[in-house]
Design a protein. Structure first.
Lengths: 515, 503
């Protein structure tokens, strides 16, 4: 079902995948030369917007043709690098480009306060490079290419985090650098082992050759390295320690972009390699990855939510919340069923939207109040209702209230787990949802039921429109994707169907018998 | 789709739209309050327009959007839902009038927020009444919880905040922790969440697990205040009295027991439940709740607290009725929804009127008050008789059917509990009236003058009632309790149309 591309035709529609990657990649070095604040920001906004448009065009192409394959340089796979876009990575592509575009709207105001002018060009360069890398990871069909872009994305992230005002930002960046490099190295080892065993780096090719090698200890070792490496990148418990400090001390806008994209792209890599490249045989039958993923995910969802409750600083609160939410996705993966896959994929998208909205609110709060400490928000609900209201609305999505995107994810996840008959897991998922209610409500109580002294009260004004508008666009997106699920669920289900025959779905007989 | 189906959507949207109009008119109190009143009348009219179709047995459906998989946000109307909608919209008119009088008479703050949330909550209640499937119902159920939260915490005091916290935590914990898994379990077994006469579970669900599922539903529907998840109700008493009237008579608790009935009739299926006796454990829990709640009510001196526990007990009548899983039980439960709404709202109106007129909240302070506020206490007396279940008040029909249902199910313990509870109801309601009428007023030199009536030499009987906007509603609803006795057959005609078994 793929439509090949002959490079002799210069049909621009067929060049879209290359354009998608080339535009940010080319713009990045150019951005570093721009002076002042406005020019770099305009460029990054333009690049993000262009990427979004291209992503949409690709989306329509994928809807029409099912999947797109593009051979870079005209070299055939498996020797050349190919770009393979199917429903799964289209979803991630849309998420990354959409959130980056909206978030960058708010960047100008926020950055004017958080980073010095001479660093503005560097910041935007790192951002554009990070966008290019995320797009690259998402659409590439070559395993080594994944690693290369992963490294590019990590490097730009280290730079972004290190630019935070707080001196602890450097330490946070360094910690992430160490852990991220270990993760990337493990992934590299995994790819190396795969290459040694099969002689190919093309992911589609690998997916056909690897199942036959399921008993080879080289491939099993490769898989193990891969899961650990990817686990580090997605902040799977207990490899999540880099995340809270990274999100807290980075510039607020950087945290927002990271929260919305970085971990999601890494999750995509995990999902792609587990279900497509290695395949369910290796992942669940030969080595039971569920035995590894499930307990860690359960600990993540409970301890992440519990840690979030005790935080007094909102950025670190949301960071721990993210650890818990990534746990939901890995539970979905661990079920190894169509429903679980759909749940993990849908939540990957929805969580990006949720965290984008919530962190954007924090951008606004930091802009006005200088920090996101909870006590700064005493009584803020009355004086900055639109800002705090947006946090509550996004919080509803985090809690999984119906009509929000978060509810859709939760629905599919619990359905998947019930299908497998894992009732204790259902209970833990529900407990962690209730814990989410607690920490969202902490903010509500501070904002509406506490009182501030006059100096603080004077600072509590609404965030500027340039931040509020993106905030509310993301909040509305939350509700939109809670009601019209055609993009996330549609693409996830198509992806699941394309991988049909891969899943160990319980049969109807087992369902009726068990329940 | 019938043209009248659009009415279903309008019933949900009109109050929500009105809420925004209220918000826009926040600085013009008279326009704002007039908007509220006009909307209530429009809504009631819309609900009445549905009667011809329902009585003729037609189907009216309105699908809004697909939500997940094959489940959509969809409205439809059936007799039970129509009854609930009628009660909610009808009593909303009266409650709004009362609330305007109360809020102005008491100089409460934040009127706009109050009426905004009021209107929005009724919209959510309409959504619950007209939901076509369990997911739509769940959505509006949660919306109702969230939209009534600002009403509970209205006063903004520490006690209000604590009450609000209790309210929200109990309702969200039960709905996310029990109701949601029950819904998803139902979907995983039956493949659908539609409300279908006879239920969707028979043949798709292992009967051994049915008591567990019913328990998840029963405790998950926290708004029905089944013990031990009842504490939110007395906690919510920190709210102003119109909120209590709305919550505890019109919208929230009725939404809870209505949901319980709807789930049992259209999702679980009464035949399936009766065959497996799966609902009997919860029937016993309901029995326990109604007895213990009445006992606790007897000990409360705060009038609103006493009425709160009375509500908890009275709600259990409905739960009991539906858990008996027979036709008489259903009739009893449905009648109880109607009769209790009318009776309880009167009692709360009286409590509010007493507070506005005298600022008294404790029953022990209310001796002799009947002489100063005869209309209020007369209404209180009439409503009490309805709650107790004595003819010629409406509540007697509800009791009658419940006892019939218990006899039919051969549950003598339940019959005994019902009779005992009537005695307990007498014990906690009538002394209030007796104290007001038969005890003398405290020494007039020490008694503070009634608020707003400092000089009343023109009044020979020394009657100092609450303001008229507070008084008229309670007289109307008290008269309603009497009227419902005589017009119970109208209700009967409607609920007889509820399809109790599959076609």
């Amino acid at each position: 079902m793929s439509s090949d591309v002959a490079l002799t035709t210069l049909n621009w529609v067929q060049q879209l995948p290359a354009i998608q990657i080339a535009v940010p990649l080319a713009a990045a070095p150019f951005c570093s030369l721009l002076p002042g604040r406005k020019a770099p920001w305009l460029l990054s906004q333009l690049v993000a917007l262009t990427s979004l448009c291209v992503a949409f065009l690709i989306y329509f192409q994928v809807l029409e043709h099912g999947s797109i394959t593009y051979r870079l340089g005209g070299w055939d796979a498996p020797w050349g690098i190919s770009i393979d876009i199917d429903s799964l990575n289209t979803l991630v592509l849309l998420l990354v480009t959409f959130t980056t575009t909206i978030i960058t709207f708010a960047a100008k105001a926020s950055l004017s306060q958080e980073i010095p002018e001479h660093k503005a060009a560097l910041y935007n360069t790192a951002l554009i490079l990070g966008l290019a890398a995320s797009i690259g990871i998402t659409i590439t069909g070559d395993a080594f290419n994944v690693f290369v872009f992963l490294e590019i994305s990590s490097l730009s992230t280290y730079a972004l985090i290190a630019m935070g005002k707080d001196p602890r930002a450097l330490l946070a960046s360094f910690r992430y650098l160490i852990m991220g490099t270990i993760g990337a190295t493990f992934i590299l080892i995994a790819i190396g082992l795969m290459y040694m065993a099969t002689g190919t780096l093309n992911m589609a090719d690998l997916s056909q050759r690897l199942p036959a090698l399921a008993d080879s200890s080289m491939i099993q070792a490769s898989f193990a390295f891969f899961v650990i490496g990817a686990g580090l990148k997605i902040a799977l418990f207990p490899m999540h320690f880099w995340l809270p400090s990274a999100y807290t001390y980075a510039p607020s806008i950087a945290s927002t972009v990271l929260a919305a994209t970085a971990t999601k792209v890494s999750m995509y890599v995990l999902i792609r390699f587990i279900f497509d490249v290695y395949g369910v045989d290796i992942a669940f039958d030969t080595l039971n990855i569920a035995l590894f993923l499930l307990p860690l995910s359960l600990i993540a969802i409970v301890s992440g939510s519990l840690s979030a409750i005790f935080r007094t600083e909102l950025k670190s609160l949301l960071a721990y919340s993210s650890v818990a939410q990534m746990g939901y996705m890995t539970i979905g993966i661990a079920t190894a069923t169509t429903a679980g896959f759909t749940a993990a994929t849908v939540h990957m998208f929805n969580h990006g939207i949720i965290k984008a909205a919530l962190f954007l609110v924090l951008v606004g709060i930091t802009y006005r109040l200088g920090s996101c400490e909870l006590k700064q928000l005493a009584g803020a609900g009355r004086r900055m209702p639109w800002t705090i209201g947006a946090f509550v609305a996004g919080g509803l999505s985090l809690m999984g209230v119906p009509t929000t995107a978060g509810f859709i994810s939760k629905w599919y996840l619990i359905l998947a787990v019930i299908e497998r008959g894992w009732w204790p897991v259902v209970i833990l998922i529900l407990i962690s949802s209730l814990l989410a209610v607690v920490y969202v409500w902490k903010v509500v109580e501070h904002a509406w039921f506490k009182e501030a002294d006059q100096t603080l009260a004077d600072k509590q004004t609404e965030a500027p429109l340039s931040i509020l508008i993106p905030v509310w666009i993301m909040v509305i997106a939350n509700f939109y994707f809670g009601l019209d699920t055609s993009i996330p669920v549609g693409l996830a289900e198509t992806a699941a169907q394309n991988l049909a025959g891969v899943f160990n779905n319980p049969t109807l007989e087992t369902l009726a018998g068990d329940l | 789709m019938n043209e009248s189906s659009i009415i279903l959507l309008l019933c949900v949207l009109v109050p929500m739209f009105a809420a925004f109009l209220v918000w826009l008119n926040s600085d013009r109190p008279n326009v704002r309050d007039a908007t509220s009143i006009v909307t209530t009348v429009i809504l009631f009219g819309l609900v009445l327009k549905l009667y011809p179709a329902v009585l003729a047995g037609e189907t009216l459906e309105f699908e809004v959007a697909t939500l997940v998989a094959n489940i959509s946000l969809k409205f439809s109307v059936e007799p039970l839902g129509l009854m609930f909608a009628t009660i909610a919209s009808g009593l909303w008119i009266i409650t709004t009038l009362y609330a305007i009088g109360y809020m102005r008479g008491n100089n409460e703050k934040h009127h706009t927020r109050f009426f905004f949330c009021f209107a929005f909550s009724i919209g959510a209640a309409m959504g619950i009444a007209f939901s076509d499937n369990l997911l739509t119902l769940f959505i509006f159920y949660e919306v109702l919880t969230l939209s009534t939260y600002p009403l509970v915490t209205h006063k903004g005091t520490d006690a209000a905040r604590q009450g609000g916290r209790n309210y929200l935590s109990t309702l969200l914990t039960t709905s996310i922790g029990f109701l949601l898994p029950a819904i998803i379990w139902t979907y995983a077994s039956a493949g659908t969440l539609d409300f279908i006469p006879g239920g969707v579970l028979a043949g798709q669900f292992n009967p051994a697990y049915l008591p567990l599922l019913i328990a998840l539903f029963a405790f998950g529907i926290g708004k029905a205040a089944l013990m031990p998840f009842h504490k939110w109700l007395p906690s919510a008493m920190v709210a102003p009295t119109p909120v209590s009237a709305l919550l505890h008579a019109v919208a929230v608790v009725k939404a809870g027991v209505f949901t319980m009935m709807k789930v049992m009739i259209y999702t679980v299926g009464l035949d399936f439940a009766a065959m497996t006796s799966a609902s009997m454990p919860i029937a016993y829990v309901a029995c326990f709740t109604l007895t213990v709640a009445s006992l606790i009510a007897m000990q409360k001196d705060n009038l609103k607290a006493r009425l709160a526990y009375s509500t908890i007990g009275q709600l259990s009548y409905v739960v009991l009725g539906i858990m008996l899983a027979n036709q008489a039980g259903v009739f009893g439960g449905a009648m109880q929804i109607a009769m209790h709404a009318m009776g309880k709202i009167t009692l709360f109106f009286c409590a509010g009127a007493i507070y506005v007129a005298t600022h008294k909240t404790e029953i022990s302070d209310m001796q002799g008050l009947g002489r100063k506020m005869p209309f209020t206490f007369a209404a209180f007396f009439i409503a009490s008789l309805s709650i107790i279940g004595l003819p010629p008040l409406g509540g007697s029909w509800a009791k009658f059917y419940l006892i019939m249902g218990s006899l039919e199910a051969e549950q003598m313990i339940i019959v005994a509990a019902l009779l005992l509870s009537s005695l307990l109801n007498i014990a906690y309601l009538l002394p209030i009236v007796a104290r007001a009428f038969f005890l003398p007023l405290p020494d007039s030199k020490q008694a503070a003058p009634m608020i707003g009536h400092e000089s009343n030499d023109i009044n020979p009987l020394h009657v100092q009632e609450a303001p008229i906007l507070c008084l008229m509603p309670l007289i109307i609803t008290a008269a309603g309790s009497v009227a419902l006795f005589f017009y119970a057959d109208a209700i009967y005609a409607l609920i007889a149309l509820i399809p109790l078994s599959g076609g």
